[in-house]
Structure formats: structure tokens, C-alpha cells
Ligand binder design. Structure first.
Ligand SMILES: [Zn+2]
Length: 251
């Protein structure tokens, strides 16, 4: 008992216990859209803020999935890698996943699934994390290739993004629903990444058809935004509405 107390105090001092119901994100989606791809925050440090999340990597080198405290990097070759914990991210969102709502889902596509979730969480201004584990009749994902300077905007990168499709794949969807009021900070609505059970397929989800699975929702009411400590966002105009650009990038 005493030992547990001491360990807890040490963790509290180090600020290393992820807070329940808190989403922590680094940088903003509008900065990423503008080409702010230089990594700012070590991936390993993300795990101090949660065990579940999505994002990208330094130079936009692939899609990030964090599941059960493990970080996966889906590069543009479609292969799932385990990155070094020192590798930095320019943009990521994490939480300590502890579901509040659990239900079965069957025979739904991306759009149907989001309608069901919208009904389960009737508050449109509620942030939540989503985990769907199951069998997918069809899964369509994309990744993004590492970029070189001068970085093109994300909408240009997305024009040549490699897309991967698979039938009859088992795996987990990891993602978030962000309310409309957070426009500019993150992808509003649903943003999902996928990781197959045997790590053979993964990426940013464009569409899916779920045969059957379990959906878990973790409602979150705190947002911690960590911006770069240096002046790396200094020369980016973040005053304009980038919603249309974002729509093109997400599809
Ligand atoms: Zn994504």
C-alpha cells in the first residue's frame, strides 16, 4: 500500500498519469494544412497523455495509430512500422481510453456508423473518442508520403496519396469526434484511423463497411492543446477559414 502511494506521488510529480476524459493534442489541423510538418513533440511523450490516439509524423511521414499504449506508423508503402519513441510528431491527438458507452454494431458503412453514434451521444457539442473492433467486409484507407522542404500544403499532398483497400479484414478503428466549434483546431466531425489485427493493413480511413463489431465511446470534457515551444508557426497565416481545404484532404 505504502509502495503504491510512493509510486503514485512520483508519477504525479512527473505529471505522467494521463487524465481521464481529457484529449491532448499537439499543434492544430490548420497549421498542418498549411504545411507545418516538422515534428515538434516526441511520440514517446504522447504516451504520458494517453494510450489511444491518431496523428502523423515528422515530415508527414505516414499515419499514426496509438492503440493500447503502442504507437504504430503506417508509411506510404502501406506497411505498419513501430517508430522510435524519439521520433517527433507535428500533429497528434491522444486520450486515456476508458469507454462510457458500449454497443454492438453490424452491417454499417462509415456514414451509417456515424449516424448511430450521433444518436447514442445526443449532444453535438460533446467531444468523444471512438474505438470500433470487428470484422470489416471492406476497408479503404490512405497514407501520406514523407515530404521535403519547401513543404507543399496538405491539399497538394492528398492529390497523390496512396490508397489501400481490403476485403474481409479484422481490426480496430481508432478515432475521435470533434465538435463543430473546434474548427481550425482539429478535424471536426469524425476522424478515424484503422489498424488490422495482424498489422497487415492500416491508415487514415476513407470508407468502410463493418460486418459486425463492438463500438466503444469515451466522452471527454477536457482539451489540452500543446503548441510548439519555438516560433515554427510564426510565418503561417492561421486567420483564414480552411474548411474547404480540409474537406478535400479528408476524402
Ligand atoms: Zn487521419
Amino acid at each position: 500500500m505504502k509502495k503504491i502511494f510512493v509510486i503514485s506521488v512520483l508519477f504525479l510529480i512527473a505529471g505522467c498519469i494521463p487524465q481521464a476524459n481529457r484529449i491532448t493534442q499537439t499543434s492544430t489541423i490548420d497549421a498542418l494544412l498549411a504545411g507545418a510538418y516538422d515534428g515538434q513533440f516526441e511520440c514517446g511523450k504522447l504516451l504520458n497523455y494517453g494510450d489511444f490516439g491518431i496523428g502523423t509524423f515528422d515530415k508527414l511521414d505516414g499515419e499514426m495509430v496509438i492503440l493500447d499504449g503502442k504507437i504504430y506508423q503506417v508509411k506510404s508503402d502501406g506497411i505498419v512500422y513501430r517508430p522510435s519513441l524519439e521520433l517527433k510528431t507535428p500533429f497528434a491527438s491522444v486520450c486515456k481510453f476508458s469507454p462510457d458507452i458500449n454497443f454492438e454494431l453490424s452491417n454499417v458503412n462509415f456514414e451509417n456508423a456515424t449516424c448511430v453514434m450521433d444518436k447514442k451521444v445526443s449532444n453535438p457539442n460533446q467531444y468523444f473518442a471512438v474505438k470500433i473492433t470487428g470484422k470489416f467486409k471492406r476497408m479503404k484507407v490512405r497514407s501520406v508520403p514523407a515530404q521535403t522542404k519547401p513543404y507543399p500544403p496538405l491539399v497538394e499532398v492528398a492529390k497523390t496519396q496512396p490508397v489501400f483497400e481490403a476485403n474481409d479484414v479484422t481490426g480496430t478503428i481508432v478515432g475521435f469526434r470533434t465538435p463543430a466549434f473546434a474548427k481550425g483546431l482539429n478535424v471536426t466531425g469524425y476522424h478515424f484511423h484503422f489498424l488490422s489485427k495482424h498489422l497487415t493493413m492500416a491508415g487514415h480511413i476513407l470508407d468502410f463497411e463493418l460486418t459486425e463489431g463492438k463500438c466503444q465511446i469515451d466522452k471527454c470534457n477536457e482539451l489540452l492543446l500543446i503548441l510548439p515551444q519555438d516560433d515554427s508557426l510564426k510565418d503561417i497565416d492561421l486567420s483564414k477559414d480552411k474548411s474547404l481545404e480540409l474537406q478535400k484532404v479528408e476524402k
